[in-house]
Design a protein around this ligand. Structure first.
Ligand code: CP3
Length: 357
């Protein structure tokens, strides 16, 4: 058995990490200021990222632990954020499942052998052990060593629905036609596919934890395409299985976009922290969710303005959270490629300053 693939027992927290504002917020404890980190904080908007990226393809970057670690650590230290997220991608896990993944120039991800029928689902490989992704765990180990000792490192995976949508569509999608057709016409095959994905994911997250991640985030980026009833029937049990399988004590952030009608159900599926996109008012969403921490929800596009506008809009998010324990500041979705770096730095500074208790 792969050492990295075993679950449990590996979760270690130093005092500095345990008492960090990010980890305290995950547990809904008091904090000296609101912790902030940003989805896609290591990305193309940063010149230093583009310089590295000029030498490697995106997948090569992910598969070379030193390189993945370098961009992870650089972004976190440069921005002064309160958590780092390991540089990787939600789609890496589908390679050992037998799917042929490519990041085509200018097109985003392409899967050359998408799943459309029950027979295709049968051909999807069960990931018996997750050692195929050893390069991710090695990147986590190096990053944990290089990162400031009081900054938590977040591991992550895609949620079963979002991964299934890529597997069925063969890439990004607008209407999720192939995904929903399989779901609606052959629920047995759909659930079989989702179960194969879910089983791989808990192992994958726990291997990241064992390698040195302090928390994990589950990205259900495209789940907002579903009605609440379809979410409950076709998705919720599988997401719940992933979350319940995470090593006890490790905070789980459960994130999605376009989820205004799904928030209560996402909470039912699980997570210590629910990620909110910018389409909802943070205070109203939090009131609906109740006893759980929340993460969000600054509009990424507002970073294309001025430091003054950024500060005013950050204050609005913070005012809605009102210094209640259990708020992690983040964007409503990832940073966009052309974002001016100085506004990102201004955002992090504004959050720290405006939220100081
Ligand atoms: O947040 C971070 O800094 C960590 C790294 C990270 C990446 N992808 C790096 C990346 C994380 C957490 C992800 C998650 C991810 N990947 C999601 C969920 C988050 C979200 O945005 O909803 C999704 C849907 C993917 C799939 C994916 N990967 C797409 C659609 C693309 C193409 C996007 C584009 O604009 O080209 C990627 C590629 C990708 N993943 C890049 C980065 C930095 C850009 C690659 C490049 O340098 O060309």
């Amino acid at each position: 058995m792969s050492q990295a693939g075993t679950s449990g027992g590996g979760f270690q927290l130093t005092e500095a990490l345990r008492d960090s504002p990010f980890m305290r917020a995950c547990r809904r404890e008091q904090v000296p200021y609101t912790p902030v980190w940003l989805m896609r904080q290591a990305g193309r908007y940063m010149k230093e990222y583009r310089d590295v990226r000029a030498r490697y393809s995106f997948l090569e970057m992910c598969k070379q632990p030193e390189v993945a670690s370098e961009v992870t650590v650089y972004a976190a230290h440069r921005l002064g954020v309160d958590a780092a997220i390991i540089f990787a991608d939600i789609l890496l896990i589908i390679e050992p499942m037998g799917l042929d993944l490519e990041f085509a120039k200018g097109e985003g991800p392409v899967i050359h052998n998408p799943v459309r029928t029950a027979a295709d689902v049968d051909r999807v490989r069960e990931v018996e052990d997750v050692s195929a992704l050893d390069y991710v765990y090695e990147a986590v180990r190096i990053t944990r060593r290089e990162l400031r000792h009081d900054i938590p490192l977040i591991g992550f995976c895609g949620a079963p629905f979002t991964l299934a949508s890529y597997i069925c569509e063969g890439g990004g999608s607008k209407n999720y036609l192939h995904t929903k057709r399989l779901m609606y016409t052959d629920p047995g095959a759909w659930h079989a596919l989702m179960s194969k994905i879910a089983r791989a994911l808990s192992q994958y997250l726990n291997a990241q934890v064992e390698a040195g991640a302090q928390a994990v985030q589950i990205f259900d980026s495209w789940v907002g395409a579903l009605s609440p009833d379809d979410y409950r029937e076709y998705v919720l049990p599988h997401t719940r299985e992933v979350i319940e399988g995470v090593t006890p004590g490790v905070p789980v952030i459960h994130f999605g976009t376009n989820t205004a009608t799904l928030l209560e159900l996402m909470k039912e599926a699980g997570g210590d922290v629910i990620g909110l996109d910018w389409r909802v008012r943070l205070d109203e969403a939090w009131a609906r969710l109740g006893d759980v921490a929340v993460q969000g929800n600054f509009d990424s596009v507002a970073l294309f303005t001025t430091p003054e506008v950024v500060r005013r809009r950050a204050k609005d998010v913070l005012d809605r959270a009102a210094n209640r324990p259990g708020h992690i500041f983040n964007l409503g979705h990832g940073i966009l490629p052309e974002t001016p770096v100085e506004n990102v730095v201004a955002l992090v500074e504004a959050v720290h300053e405006l939220s100081a208790r």
